[in-house]
Ligand binder design. Structure first.
Ligand code: 13P
Length: 270
């Protein structure tokens, strides 16, 4: 049975929408307004959840303005950040800039960055540290490709990514971290890992965090599942003991669908 708002450790469920390279600032403003309306209409329908959106960099300012001016009950995050703080890194975005735009979170190591941009575990660890330098909470993305899943080494593979990502973190930092398990074969494909697959990996990640840090850290760190999450499959995934939220791609571009995912507790109760 789930522990949506885990009583002992307060793992408030995080419903996160990764807009990827969609939504310019005009489209993004409209989507956010529709999302805010859908969430507020459904507010009595869902329990304590945190809803976060991860727009493209150029849409973040518009999102910040709307959240602040309209007092929206939402938070934002960047999709990536530089491992460096400032200087001659053309095209890169400092965590400092994200913090100034009101971001609470930043994605680190999304599989599309690992594969398309060749980001290594070492670079991603530097990005995790850069996030903490600017008071951003990293959402460290890990997960295996289809070949590794078929070879049956998905747990070892994903835990190796985790260990590299959290290298040299303090226990305090590790407790604040969010880890997103996103099996690459389930991203944008319509293939969803079953709730038991999400639980298998999130359980293994929590056990690994306990051995790398301590049991208290492991009990506090929030673990998300991502990969073809929709309103229809989210409740069963979120009902798993070690799944504390979801990282949603395509379905986060539909305000009503995403608001329904945030309302998963109602579906579980019903
Ligand atoms: P989809 O939900 O479109 O499969 O994307 C998942 C994802 O990559 C979120 O970061």
């Amino acid at each position: 049975m789930s522990t949506p708002a885990n009583s002992a450790y307060d793992r408030t469920p995080l419903i996160a929408g990764n807009w990827k390279m969609n939504m310019d600032h005009v489209q993004g403003s409209s989507l956010l307004q529709h999302l805010a309306e859908a969430l507020s209409e459904a507010k009595h329908n869902y329990g304590r959840v945190e809803v976060a959106v991860f727009p493209p960099f150029t849409t973040l300012s518009a999102v910040q303005t709307l959240i602040q001016d309209d007092g929206l009950d939402l938070v934002s995050g960047g999709q990536d950040l530089s491992p460096f703080d400032s200087g001659a890194y053309t095209g890169d975005i400092s965590g400092q800039f994200l913090a100034k735009l009101g971001c609470k979170y930043v994605l680190v190591g999304h599989s599309e960055r690992r594969t398309i941009h060749g980001e290594t575990d070492e670079t991603l660890n530097a990005k995790v540290h850069a996030a903490y330098r600017h008071a951003l909470t990293p959402v460290l993305c890990v997960g295996e490709g289809l070949d590794i899943r078929q070879a049956g080494t998905h747990v070892q593979h994903t835990l190796a990514q985790l260990r590299a990502g959290v290298d040299r973190l303090s226990t305090q930092q590790a407790a604040e971290l969010v880890v997103a398990y996103e099996p690459v074969w389930a991203i944008g494909t319509g293939e969803v890992a079953g709730p038991e697959d999400a639980q298998e990996m999130c359980g293994a990640i929590r056990t690994e965090l306990a051995s790398l840090f301590d049991a208290d850290v492991a009990a506090r760190t929030r673990l998300l599942y991502g990969g073809s999450v929709k309103a229809g499959n989210a409740p069963a995934i979120l009902n798993e003991t070690d799944v504390d939220g979801v990282l949603v791609g395509g379905a986060s571009l539909d305000a009503a669908e995403f608001a329904n995912i945030a309302g998963f507790e109602r579906q579980l109760a019903g």
